[in-house]
Ligand binder design. Structure first.
Ligand code: SF4
Ligand code: SF4
Length: 110
């Protein structure tokens, strides 16, 4: 798998000193480039942890699901909210499916 930045959605996290996706990447693979957009140094080093996908407030990072795991080129984006993450799966033909994951731990400690 790998991630791709949708540069038309990314705003570089505005005035933040460090973009949110850059802050959470365990492999230091993401950076803010000269056009103030997020870029990936080398997608081959990506661990597919999806931390950046979940952290981006603009749903600008997509994760590819390859043929090998049945993804057939589908992509995933995420919208994180309080106690839940909403995942959007977009198939190559443009059809979309939504999955909502509830963070039980968050909801129990509220
Ligand atoms: S978190 Fe999203 S909007 Fe912010 S720099 Fe990264 S990809 Fe762009
Ligand atoms: S999926 Fe994980 S390892 Fe890959 S770029 Fe995003 S945060 Fe970094």
């Amino acid at each position: 798998m790998a991630v791709r930045v949708n540069r038309s959605l990314c705003n570089g996290c505005g005035d933040m000193a460090e973009p949110m996706c850059v802050a959470v990447c365990p492999g230091d693979l993401l950076y803010r480039d000269e056009s103030n957009r997020c870029a990936v140094r080398d997608w081959r080093d990506c661990w597919d942890c999806a931390a950046c996908v979940k952290e981006c407030p603009r749903q600008a990072i997509e994760m590819f699901l390859p043929v090998q795991i049945g993804g057939r080129g589908s992509t995933l984006t995420a919208r994180s909210g309080r106690g839940r993450i909403t995942w959007k799966l977009t198939r190559p033909d443009g059809k979309e499916e939504i999955f909502e994951i509830i963070n039980q731990t968050f909801n129990e400690v509220k």
